[in-house]
Design a protein. Structure first.
Length: 306
């Protein structure tokens, strides 16, 4: 049955690949499922002939290594979740320009290269150490989200200061010590923002030992003490801080002027009202005295003449 000319879908879930010739005469294969097989190796060379393959599911296996070679595939969706992957070689997906959905959740990833053209990226369940080595990833994730990309979560497991926090939501103030370590380190992280300027950045700012944000070294080098994230109270953007102070001062000045105007108006109103009340009392008093005199004169006029 495997020698037929066209198989739009092949499902080898829970059963493994049937020999070494399973891929022959299947040029129209579009969906391939090899999930849940506990495989530690996958023959990537075989799928290079599957030019119409769009969906590849390798989830729930034991893959810990991916080849550093590129394939000209029309892959749209690649599921590598629930494996043991430590890194994703850049060359593997460099030619997969149609790749939109990449599932890397629940692996052992500690590093990640910049991947272009993606729309959905799943990174949940990886042991991310959120120190200076991941500031490049943070920059790229923000650019990725700005372009409309969707990421589930990048939860930190180290250091303790950032435990259970999402890398995307951590303030840049915590990376202040990283930013002052080396200017070449910052320029190295431009790899995440624009892949086309890699060679230019490397020539202008060479730093062979700098902890690159996008081309991480999988050798597991020790973290430098100065790269540990530290709390800083100083704002990163001084221009924005000054603008905030100026705007706050203007608003406070306007509020103070309004309160002063209200106080002046209240005092003036109270003074005018008091003066008006005094005049009313004075008129009432004068009116009462005049009536009393008239009554006395009337009494005198009524007395009989002797």
């Amino acid at each position: 049955a495997l020698t037929a000319q066209c198989y739009p879908l092949l499902d080898f879930a829970f059963q493994g690949l049937p020999g070494d010739k399973w891929h022959t005469k299947k040029t129209c294969l579009q969906v391939l499922r090899v999930d849940s097989n506990m495989r530690s190796y996958f023959p990537w060379g075989n799928i290079s002939v599957l030019e119409q393959l769009c969906h590849l599911n390798l989830s729930s296996n034991m893959l810990s290594f991916l080849p550093n070679v590129h394939f000209e595939l029309c892959l749209v969706r690649l599921d590598l979740s629930h494996n043991r992957l430590v890194a994703i070689p850049k060359a593997l997906l460099s030619q997969a320009i149609n790749l939109k959905n990449l599932m890397l959740n629940h692996n052992q990833l500690k590093i990640l290269v910049a991947l272009d053209n993606l729309k959905v990226l799943q990174l949940k369940g990886n042991p991310w150490r959120c120190d200076c080595h991941l500031i490049g990833l943070k920059l790229w994730l923000e650019t990725f989200a700005f372009k409309g990309g969707v990421v589930d979560s990048v939860t930190c497991v180290q250091p303790h200061l950032m435990l259970e926090q999402d890398l995307r939501h951590i303030s840049y103030e915590l990376f202040h010590s990283c930013m002052i370590t080396s200017y070449s380190y910052l320029f190295a992280n431009i790899h995440y923002l624009d892949n086309k300027h890699r060679m230019l950045s490397g020539q202008l700012h060479p730093s062979p030992r700098a902890p690159f944000g996008s081309d991480f070294s999988p050798s597991g080098e020790a973290i430098l003490p100065e790269c540990e994230a530290k709390q800083r109270s100083r704002p990163v953007n001084y221009r924005r801080a000054i603008a905030t102070v100026v705007i706050t001062g203007v608003i406070c000045g306007i509020v103070c002027l309004m309160m002063l105007a209200a106080a002046v108006y209240g005092c003036a109103y109270a003074a005018i009202n008091a003066k008006y009340q005094r005049e009313l009392k004075k008129k009432a008093k004068e009116t009462g005295s005049g009536d009393k005199r008239k009554n006395i004169e009337r009494e005198k006029d009524k007395e009989p003449l002797e």
